[in-house]
Design a protein around this ligand. Structure first.
Ligand SMILES: Cc1ncc(COP(=O)(O)O)c(C=O)c1O
Length: 419
């Protein structure tokens, strides 16, 4: 050991951070953070933020039985406590492969959708590469994309879907993105379901110009009753990577999802994964395998689709209730063009005289509720409020939703929220 000890004055968190953090470690969080609240939530607050399944929709009994079955079987438990392979445990991987209509070698279990995206971005993106992102989009992807220092090309997304004419113009003019990130079903935040003809056209563009469609289908399976959803981007294409998760149906705390990869990406993504955390928790994979009925297990609680069916019925009711209360309570009305599934409402406040940012502040600081301002989802970081709020309703029962709605109406109609 050297005889010159470090000056104790240098052992402060500030100087250690300045001296030791990497460029990446020192980086500010560039995601726009859903309008970080400066106000602490008021006691008894009923925020309309959400983003997670309802406690009433989680398959508690099935998960309990699955965990009991696993932990009650010493041989299975020993297996679940040992190292495994990067792709995931065979029965669950094969179950996924059958559902997705691919060979199991193309499936890689991940720690949720966000992790799957991060692996794909790592495998594909170098500094200066271009990627196309829907505008508005799920902004947390920028937390990962910031590491890659890519150029982001916005692809306008409206209630009618993607503006593929503008994308085609840019491609024809020479833009060469490496990948395009899209949320095809119940898009976060807009709720848009990309129509089938746009999926086909986008795939044709990807195959013509050579970019990967990263299809983040985090809300797959959560169509409201009666809503038909087109097929996800085809796994027949070598330019499609599907990203899926069990988070929104079985619970995000499981941290389990999967990728369906084109064959040429299997090796690179598997290597990256193996060099990172090796594999997802075997205990969690084996538990989920029992719930969904993978391998020789019988599905519990009806399996994944039955569990999702109960959730989507509940969410449709909650979405309707919230929208009706807001529409009746806010002069000028509140609309949601795409109320077809998922766990958010992209609510348009029709009275342009309402300053949504001021209303949101009042909601947080005075009335005890909260919502995400629409502007946080758009690529341009501006004060323009787009007349939209993203409302999460899945986690609140009808009584709590009524309270949240009443408080949000109070904030939207307060004199201080007028422009
Ligand atoms: C579009 C989208 N992708 C990915 C995720 C993250 O999913 P996971 O919790 O499985 O990482 C979310 C969660 O809100 C999401 O909305």
């Amino acid at each position: 050991m050297s005889t010159t000890a470090l000056d104790p004055a240098l052992l402060t968190p500030e100087s250690l951070s300045a001296g030791l953090l990497s460029r990446l470690g020192a980086r500010e969080d560039l995601s726009r953070g859903f309008g970080r609240s400066t106000a602490a939530a008021l006691p008894g607050a009923v925020p309309l933020l959400g983003g997670a399944p309802s406690a009433d929709a989680l398959p508690l009994e099935a998960l309990h039985r699955a965990a009991a079955d696993l932990t009650g079987d010493p041989a299975a438990l020993v297996g679940a406590l040992q190292y495994s392979t990067p792709g995931g445990v065979a029965p669950l991987r094969e179950w996924v492969a059958r559902r997705e209509g691919v060979d199991a070698s193309r499936v890689l279990l991940t720690n949720g959708a966000f992790h799957g995206l991060s692996l794909l971005f790592d495998a594909l993106l170098d500094r200066g590469d271009r990627i196309v992102v829907e505008d508005p989009t799920y902004p947390l992807i920028f937390r990962d994309l910031q590491h890659h220092e890519v150029e982001v090309l916005p692809l306008p997304l409206t209630a009618e879907g993607l503006d593929l004419d503008s994308l085609e113009d840019r491609l024809e003019a020479g833009a060469r993105p490496k990948l395009l990130y899209t949320v095809p079903d119940f898009h976060n935040p807009t709720g848009v379901v990309t129509p089938a003809f746009q999926r086909e056209r986008l795939l044709a563009l990807a195959e013509h110009y050579g970019f990967v469609i990263v299809s983040d289908n985090a809300y797959a399976g959560l169509a409201f009753p009666g809503v038909q959803v087109p097929e996800d981007y085809s796994t027949q294409s070598e330019l499609v990577a599907r990203v899926r998760t069990f988070s929104k149906i079985l619970g995000p705390g499981l941290r389990l999802g999967y990728l369906v990869l084109p064959s040429w990406l299997v090796g690179p993504v598997t290597r990256l994964r193996a060099n990172q955390d090796q594999h997802s928790s075997v205990l969690v994979q084996e538990t989920v395998a029992r719930v969904v009925g993978a391998g020789d297990h019988a599905p519990l609680d009806g399996g994944l689709d039955a569990i999702a069916d109960r959730a989507r019925t509940l969410y449709a009711r909650r979405a309707d209730l919230l929208l009706r209360l807001l529409d009746e309570g806010v002069p000028g009305g509140v609309r949601a063009a795409q109320r077809t599934g998922g766990i958010f409402l992209w609510a348009q406040v029709l009275d342009e005289g309402i300053d949504l940012a001021a209303a949101q502040r009042l909601a947080r600081e005075r009335f005890g509720t909260d919502a995400v301002l629409g502007r946080y989802f758009f690529l341009a970081d501006s004060e323009e409020d787009h007349g939209r709020l993203r409302l999460g309703f899945s986690h609140l029962d009808e009584e709590a939703l009524a309270v949240g709605a009443e408080r949000l109406i109070a904030a939207l109609t307060a004199p201080e929220a007028r422009r």
